[in-house]
Design a binder for this molecule. Structure first.
Ligand SMILES: [Zn+2]
Length: 247
């Protein structure tokens, strides 16, 4: 379990959001409202009743298609933070994610610990991934989740310079190593149910892939996602993190 995060809300992005791909490097970042506070990131706004399902480390040919079937069956839209090199290898699957109405975010090219990487490497990892995803889907990439949650000001600064808004989370369990879907769902439901009374929406992380390579068995995570959708779809609203920008 990572340390729990302060639910910081990154505000004041309205003006910058409209600029989309007008990437101007650090000059642009310096003009960005709020860019003085490099530690800020989007977590979850004070909108109890909303849930963002977010999936990291895909696309994974073994389990992402099944997950997409489940989400489509319930008309739920989710956010997928994709690893650039996997996206490049599986463009058809990336296009399917986008075509089915899900939001695609940047999860770096090769999933290194960016907190330990030199600035030039961080820049390359993020830029190459955004460019690849944009080439495949034709859509601008706006959101970034740091691999391993490496939320260093320097990493966030570089992300912002590339027009990317860092996204963290407030509900996670060790789904990548837990064989029981029931236990994954149970733990996440406990977290989600604690967030509501505190006036928070839920930003849930699950893994449909593995940064170690293609083909990882993510059946427990995918089935846990199905359980969450089944439990909450009537009383909560499933959103992508795009709907939270600027809130
Ligand atoms: Zn990851």
């Amino acid at each position: 379990m990572p340390a729990s995060f302060n639910p910081l809300i990154y505000g004041g992005l309205g003006a910058a959001a409209g600029l989309g791909l007008a990437w101007g490097g650090c000059v642009y970042a310096a003009r960005w409202p709020g860019s003085r506070v490099f530690g800020d990131a989007l977590v979850a706004p004070p909108r109890p009743g909303e849930i963002a399902l977010t999936f990291d480390d895909g696309p994974n040919t073994a389990w992402t298609p099944r997950l997409l079937d489940i989400l489509a069956g319930h008309e739920v839209r989710a956010t997928f933070f994709l690893v650039g090199k996997f996206a490049q290898a599986e463009p058809a699957l990336v296009r399917r994610i986008a075509l089915e109405g899900h939001l695609i975010g940047n999860h770096s090219w090769s999933h290194p610990n960016l907190a330990l990487a030199p600035a030039a490497k961080v820049y390359e990892e993020l830029k190459r991934t955004s460019e690849t995803l944009e080439q495949i889907t034709g859509q601008a990439v706006r959101f970034f989740r740091p691999p391993f949650g490496a939320r260093r000001p320097r990493v966030f600064h570089i992300a912002r310079a590339l027009g990317l808004l860092p996204v963290l989370w407030n509900a996670m369990t060790n789904d990548w190593e837990e064989p029981s879907a029931d236990r994954i769902a149970e733990r996440l439901i406990r977290r989600v149910d604690r967030l509501g009374p505190r006036g928070r929406s839920a930003n849930i992380v699950l893994h449909d892939g593995s940064h170690r390579g293609q083909g990882a068995n993510r059946e427990p995570s995918v089935n846990a996602a199905w359980q969450l959708v089944a439990k909450y779809k009537h009383m909560h609203r499933f959103v992508t993190v795009r709907e939270w920008e600027g809130s």
